[in-house]
Design a protein around this ligand. Structure first.
Ligand code: ADP
Length: 189
């Protein structure tokens, strides 16, 4: 099963991805997690990505596309994968389509978690308050910028996925179990 978890910052993609990992036994590929690890490790990638992430801006496509294309070649991703936070721009989606097609693979479902903006800000700030390891981008000003970047650069991808017949909209405002149940109704099992 090759899945994309799609939605704005704070929609709950990471939480749902973890449950899918456990039940479907396929890896979560989160570009946010990979980039945060690179920042922490102080790699060249991390040095380029860190300031952009802290400002709530997207990292350039050429940096993230290479990471994902390489990750998808690894052994554990051959039975399937859950992309979380990627693709985030139309060029990223086009590059993903090309890489998958070249490998004779394709996406089965794009799970779109639908959550209104006011709820997103509350959730992001709530997460910041609770979390032990503070994310540099979980503050109110940056949260607004991340949501603005989503609206401008990522939301247009919905039309791309809808045209491909892959878009599955899920109400992301209900509780975690409710959202998960709706996702499983789509992906099966
Ligand atoms: P969220 O969805 O909660 O904003 P993520 O962990 O997915 O958090 O991403 C955090 C930051 O990492 C983004 O604001 C952006 O700077 C960067 N990032 C993650 N994935 C991508 C991507 N596919 N393209 C560009 N930038 C990305």
């Amino acid at each position: 099963m090759n899945l994309i978890l799609f939605g704005p910052p704070g929609a709950g993609k990471g939480t749902q991805a973890q449950r899918l990992v456990q039940d479907l036994k396929i890896p979560q590929i989160s570009t946010g997690d990979i980039l945060r690890a690179a920042v922490k490790a102080g790699t060249e990638l991390g040095k380029r990505a860190g300031p952009l992430m802290a400002a709530g801006q997207l990292v350039p496509d050429e940096l993230v596309v290479g990471i994902v294309v390489e990750r998808l070649k690894e052994a554990d991703a051959q039975r399937g994968f859950i992309l979380d936070g990627f693709p985030r721009t139309v060029p990223q989606a086009t590059a993903l389509d090309a890489a998958l097609a070249a490998a004779g693979r394709k996406i089965q479902h794009v799970i779109s978690l639908e959550v209104p903006e006011a709820v997103l800000i509350q959730r992001i700030l709530g997460r910041a308050a609770q979390s032990a390891e503070k994310r540099a981008d979980d503050n109110e000003a940056t949260a607004h910028r991340r949501i603005a970047a989503y609206r401008a650069e990522t939301e247009p991808l919905k039309a791309h996925f809808a045209t491909q017949g892959l878009l599955r909209k899920i109400d992301g405002t209900v509780d975690v179990d409710g959202v998960y149940g709706a996702i499983r109704a789509v992906v099966g099992g």
